[in-house]
Design a protein around this ligand. Structure first.
Ligand code: B12
Ligand code: SF4
Length: 446
């Protein structure tokens, strides 16, 4: 048996390269690859950096699909299907929208592959493939098999991606993780994670978890073991980590140099609207941020605009807030209305969606707002996301923050990463906005 893995790309502007900051190693493919029996042949096409060989001699094509890559994934599937190949799809978008994906695939997998993939492979071999498989939520692999993209490693950012757990206990209404894991959290064995980290080639790690300290005992055990390794790492976390002084100290000692925090909004009403009111205790936010900075950990602060209390004034106040705290980097994104989230349902029932399937819409570009905000037009919201991002990443701001960064942490690697990331973000703003989704990917890859 031979399996062909595909990671579809989002899209490109004509003649441009794929966005550098999106070029991370495709951990999903390594994890799925590790689940195949040794006897299987396998190959992988990374649509972001290389041409797909639609003539590949293969028994099945496995495509991982996110909402932004769905249009492209369906095109790739159709190319293989018309050559008589079987296509199986899985991933976030398929889990959130299985009926839609089923129209484009021979089989879809909803949820995690870890438990159910052997059944899919048996059915493939015996020619009894079902239309839909439900993998549920689980995490059961030991060691991702990265050999599948070893030949492409130089094209990816020099960061190793490792997954320590999946899911999150919270239920923020706009979030795909909540739509996928339904407030469940699961983690791997610490020993497996450490063995995996030791096998990776880079010194910088991104733990792709959405909420690494959901299980505090596990997190503590993990951080204690990380202390024995000479690595630096980052992850996504909620601000309440700073309520636990011991955990914060342990994180820093174990090599954590930066955390990504989804603040989402500085407006209480917005936080309530998205069911993230729990992230804010009146007056405490500033103190918690200070504690993280005092221990020497930088913050990648992420904000989402377009909730009902947002106007340009919110952008101004948020920029001021970010400049005051001198965050490592920020993201100012417009609200993305992902399918099968509570936000999607409420915007749909209020008649506020401009397009119900924006991700398949012809001409849809990255940065285009797909709903009607309350206090701004959708074009104004888009312009503010871009304009205020530009203000934060102007060179004056980067230099000023760079000096603060150096005072917070003296590590060479993290300071180097600060300059590299900020400069990449500075130049990527214009490139990122307006990327046509699913387009120009058959151009010769550079
Ligand atoms: C690392 C990461 C990135 C990296 C690189 C991603 C990459 N493709 O290489 C960076 C930082 C660049 C990034 C960027 C973006 N990301 Co991102 N990212 C992640 C993150 C944190 C981890 C992904 C991962 O490696 N998971 C580990 C693997 C093992 O899990 P998995 O992919 O779910 O795979 C399992 C199952 O889903 C299933 N499965 C998956 N595919 C397939 C295929 C088949 C055939 C089968 C059978 C099964 C199967 O089996 C696997 C094993 O159980 C996820 C959140 C998360 N925790 O997963 C967000 C996430 C995927 N990203 C998301 C988004 C929105 C983006 C951006 C659009 C953000 C932005 N505004 O710029 C960009 C798009 C970039 C792109 N696609 O090129 C969303 C997608 C939501 C959606 N509905 O599609 C997520 C879910 C985050 C979120 N909280 O909403 N991202
Ligand atoms: S936004 Fe963050 S905290 Fe909220 S459900 Fe999603 S992953 Fe969990």
């Amino acid at each position: 048996m031979k399996i062909t893995f595909i990671l579809p790309a989002i899209g490109k502007k004509p003649g441009q390269k794929y966005l550098k900051s999106w070029l991370m190693e495709p951990l999903t493919i390594a994890v799925l690859n590790s689940m195949l029996p040794d006897s299987y042949e396998r190959e992988f096409f990374d649509d972001r950096i290389e041409a797909i060989n639609y003539e590949a001699d293969t028994d099945a094509v496995f495509i991982t699909v996110e909402t932004y890559t769905a249009k492209r994934a369906y095109f790739i599937a159709s190319e293989f299907q018309r050559r008589g190949k079987r296509v199986i799809m899985g991933g976030y978008h398929v889990t959130l929208c299985p009926e839609e994906a089923m129209e484009h695939a021979d089989a879809v997998m909803v949820g995690n592959a870890d438990r159910i993939l052997p059944t899919v492979l048996t059915d493939l071999e015996s020619g009894t493939l079902q239309k839909r498989y439900d993998g549920g939520a689980c995490i059961q692999y030991k060691m991702p098999d990265r050999s599948i993209y070893a030949d492409k490693m130089k094209k990816y950012l020099p960061v190793s991606l490792v997954e320590t757990g999946r899911g999150c206990y919270h239920n923020c209404e706009f979030c795909s993780i909540a739509g996928y894991y339904h407030q469940h959290y699961l983690h791997r064995e610490v020993a497996d994670i450490i063995t995996e980290i030791k096998s990776c080639s880079h010194k910088i790690f991104f733990f792709v978890d959405d909420s690494i300290f959901s299980d505090k005992a596990f997190a503590r055990e993990l951080f204690e073991e990380l202390k024995k390794l000479d690595i630096i790492w980052t992850t996504q976390i909620t601000l309440d980590i700073a309520r636990d002084d011991e955990m914060l100290r342990l994180m820093k000692e174990s090599g954590c140099e930066m955390v990504l925090i989804g603040f989402e909004s500085i407006e209480s009403d917005n936080l309530k609207q998205m069911n993230k009111g729990w992230s804010e205790r009146l007056g405490e936010r500033e103190a918690l941020i200070q504690k993280i900075h005092d221990v020497g950990i930088g913050i990648y602060a992420s904000f989402v605009f377009g909730f009902d209390s947002d106007s340009e004034e919110t952008f101004k106040a948020t920029l001021e807030f970010c400049e005051k705290h001198q965050f490592f980097v920020v993201a100012f994104n417009h609200l993305l209305i992902f399918p099968n989230t509570k936000t999607y349902e409420s915007f749909k029932s209020d008649g506020r969606l401009i397009s119900e399937k924006w991700w398949l819409e012809k001409g849809y570009t990255f940065g285009t707002v797909t709903f009607n905000p309350k206090q701004m037009t959708s074009d104004h919201l888009r312009a503010c996301c871009k304009g205020y991002r530009k203000k934060y990443f102007r060179f004056g701001s980067i230099f000023k923050r760079g000096r603060t960064m150096h005072k917070r942490s003296k590590g060479f690697l993290i300071n180097f990463a600060y300059w590299a990331i900020n400069i990449i973000f500075h130049f990527e703003i214009d490139k990122r906005f307006g990327i046509p989704i699913g387009e120009n990917l058959e151009e010769k890859k550079k």
